[in-house]
Design a protein around this ligand. Structure first.
Ligand code: GTB
Length: 216
């Protein structure tokens, strides 16, 4: 049975691959697994049918048979556990890869989202110019620590894993801030991941949705 993922019908990121369906698409592509996509509008995301799938009225969701789940990390962990390719077979390596998933989502991502939210919603506030350096400072601390750990390795723990997939997805959210570029090894890490054929396929698929939305 081919699983179904939900994604924005018209993503506010204008095809840059920053919405969280992108990381799930990427995982499917890495695993060589087919998937269907159901596109939803903002109004549909807040309607009862979608809220039954996702209590917070967001994308992405995942449906396969009787299973419906949400949260990009949980979806990716689920599919990585079902299909070989993104989690090491060996138990300790698998635990470490899952650790990097959590590190990406619960240690790296929160200050990055704080910055993104501030840029979207607080730019007009009189205290914005004072707040941003503080937020950037928190991000810089984490980027420095991550850079030290990665050092000159290609990936965080041996071969490319679901931990790298999520970590890169999170780092990408810093976009044009220049913060990742302060660490050449992290910039190279992101570029290495984005050069993967599976990433390119996922990116093209979400970009096609953006292009289609321009013509309708
Ligand atoms: N923790 C959840 C997960 O990882 O799945 C977070 C899901 C989430 O934030 N989904 C967002 C959503 O549905 C889309 S990805 N938002 C609609 C809503 O809450 O009403 C976040 C996102 C949105 C837009 C951009 N952008 O324009 O660049 C980037 C990322």
């Amino acid at each position: 049975m081919t699983p179904t993922l939900t994604a924005f019908k018209a993503s506010p990121d204008r095809g840059r691959g920053l919405a969280r369906d992108m990381r799930v698409r990427w995982a499917f592509e890495e695993l060589g697994q087919p998937y269907d996509v159901r596109l939803v509008t903002f109004a549909e995301m807040k309607a009862p049918a979608h809220l039954a799938l996702h209590p917070f009225g967001q994308i992405p969701t995942y449906e396969a048979g009787e299973l419906a789940i949400f949260e990009s990390g949980a979806i990716i962990l689920h599919i990585a556990q079902r299909h070989a390719g993104l989690l090491p077979e060996e138990a300790n390596g698998r635990a470490r890869a899952i650790t990097w998933m959590f590190a990406a989502l619960s240690t790296m991502e929160p200050p990055i989202i704080e910055r993104e939210t501030s840029m979207f919603t607080e730019r007009d506030k009189p205290w914005f110019d004072e707040r941003l350096p503080a937020v950037d400072g928190r991000i810089r601390t984490r980027l420095g620590q991550l850079s030290d750990r990665l050092a000159d390795a290609d990936w965080l723990d041996g071969g490319f894993s679901v931990g790298d997939l999520l970590m890169v997805s999170v780092l990408q959210r810093l976009g044009s801030s220049g913060l990742v570029a302060e660490h050449p090894n992290l910039a190279a890490y992101v570029a290495r991941a984005e050069a993967r054929p599976a990433y390119r396929r996922a990116f093209e698929a979400q970009y096609a949705v953006f292009l289609a939305a321009q013509t309708t």
